[in-house]
Design a protein around this ligand. Structure first.
Ligand code: S5P
Length: 278
């Protein structure tokens, strides 16, 4: 049976969560009236910071891939954190952990990037089984961090379907303190449980593969619109990368215009969802 989270506002859903990162994200969405996350996939610190400063007012969350930045240093993290305070957004390092518990705990806490020390949210592939959650949780939970499991992907031919997706959602339900939601293409409510059971778990669904002007790229990415993602598929956050900064990361006026456009499209779809009676 479909639970009613889809018709609850982001503000109402804060009370369904205990994890501090989940609460922070929902509070930010409610306060700023945006369900837009921008994925800043550029290789130079200068472009990275310019994009974040430009889109900051329009987003609830900034998603990073810090391992692609060529001139990475700890100062960049300080600047990212300063922007997170200035513009009021949550930080999500899209690290996609996928190894045994001991290794992911080290990758999360240590190395060059020390992700757990600054990223409110990170994500993992469920492929190793529950031990990946316990490994990451041993580092992240004491710091108040949250984890998203990738239960589906936006790419053509993805293997994350069917029973893989179902088992991953079950894994998440067994680790509600640390797993706050999913990277997926639709709401995961009711997935992996019996049809006549009420699903009482409110998970956040953050969804990449969003574009208003393109259907995909030449490397298997597939795009849907904010309306398809938020209203028709019941996801909570749209994650947009190249749709916002295109091919020219230095054109900040254009980036601002696109960020506002995606923010409005995402929020309109959400408002339609929470006010619908169906
Ligand atoms: O299934 C997925 C999961 C992720 S996290 N598909 C994705 O595209 N992503 C990420 O979202 C990907 O790594 C990239 O950072 C972003 C999409 O970027 P865009 O430029 O295609 O919007």
């Amino acid at each position: 049976m479909m639970a009613s989270f889809l018709r609850q506002t982001y503000g109402q859903r804060i009370h369904n969560h205990n994890n501090p990162a989940a609460k922070l994200l929902l509070e930010t969405m409610e306060r700023k009236k945006t369900n837009l996350a921008v994925s800043v996939d550029v290789t130079k610190s200068k472009d990275f910071l310019a994009i974040i400063d430009a889109v900051g007012p329009f987003v609830c969350l900034i998603k990073t891939h810090v391992d692609i930045i060529e001139d990475f240093d700890q100062l960049l993290i300080k600047q990212l954190q300063d922007f997170s305070v200035k513009h009021d957004f949550v930080i999500f390092e899209d690290r996609k952990f996928a190894d045994i518990g001991n290794t992911v705990a080290l990758q999360y806490s240590s190395g060059v990037h020390k992700i757990a020390s600054w990223s409110h949210i990170t994500n993992a592939h469920p492929v190793p089984g529950p031990s990946i959650i316990s490994g990451l949780s041993s580092i992240g939970l004491p710091l108040g961090r949250g984890l998203l499991l990738l239960t589906e992907m936006s790419t053509k031919g993805t293997l994350a379907v069917g029973s893989y997706t179902e088992e991953a959602v079950r894994m998440a339900r067994a680790h509600r303190d640390f797993v706050i939601g999913f990277i997926a293409q639709r709401s995961m409510q009711g997935i992996g449980i019996q049809a006549d059971t009420v699903d009482g778990d409110d998970f956040l669904v953050l969804t990449p593969g969003v574009g208003l002007d393109a259907k995909g790229d030449s490397m298997g990415q597939q795009y849907r619109t904010p309306r398809q993602v938020i209203l028709e598929s019941g996801c909570d956050v749209i994650i947009v990368g190249r749709g916002i900064y295109g091919k020219d990361p230095s054109f900040v006026d254009g980036i601002r215009v696109q960020a506002k456009r995606y923010m409005e499209a995402g929020w309109e779809a959400y408002q339609e969802r929470v006010s619908s009676q169906a």
